[in-house]
Design a protein around this ligand. Structure first.
Ligand code: VGL
Length: 182
């Protein structure tokens, strides 16, 4: 039986935080909560949206998280020392890379299996896009998947998108939990 717990920190990058090109209001507020969670797990993984310049993905979104720019860097307040594995996604034009399992620098599924991870705690940005897609894929792949509700934030292009995504993840078998209960 896979026994280890992993924290999957989705896209806590400058462009998704206040001051960034696709800023989510609460982007900075979740960082201290995430830093504390790092001590409660065995493996810490970060994902980064990592788009080529001129990506067709930018027909749907403002230009954001272009590879090797300030905007694609992790939030400076995130504790980098505890990161075991970085994952890059959205690196090619044929896939928007919403899900951490679409990463191209490694296979996240293989990595988690090698590390003996059975449970994933998903946190980060944004609830209605990359958190949602990553959690739904984790559930499909059979991981015990927790979504830490006070360590995520939504874009909410349409009002209620974040809530809808939470319901979807719950219905698919995701466990909604608060950071204090991890
Ligand atoms: C994301 C919108 C566009 C995310 C990525 O990280 O959730 N949202 N690209």
């Amino acid at each position: 039986m896979k026994t280890k717990k992993a924290l999957l920190i989705v896209d806590v990058q400058n462009d998704f935080c206040p001051g960034g090109s696709l800023a989510i209001k609460e982007g900075n507020d979740i960082v201290p909560v995430i830093n504390e969670l790092m001590d409660k797990v065995d493996v810490v993984i970060t994902t980064q949206d990592w788009h080529p310049e001129g990506s067709t993905h930018f027909e749907d979104w403002p230009v954001h998280c272009v590879a090797d720019t300030k905007g694609s860097e992790l939030n400076p307040k995130l504790n980098k020392q505890k990161i075991d594995q970085k994952v890059l996604k959205g690196t090619r034009d044929d896939n928007p890379g919403y899900s951490a399992f679409d990463a191209t620098n490694i296979s996240l599924e293989d990595y988690l299996k090698e590390q003996d991870v059975g449970s994933l705690y998903v946190v980060g940005l944004a609830t209605d896009y990359c958190v949602r897609a990553s959690a739904l894929d984790a559930l499909k792949l059979g991981f015990h998947t927790y979504v830490v509700t006070d360590a995520i934030a939504a874009v909410n292009l349409k009002e209620g998108d974040g809530k809808k995504a939470l319901q979807e993840m719950y219905k698919a078998g995701g466990i909604l939990i608060e950071a204090k209960d991890v």
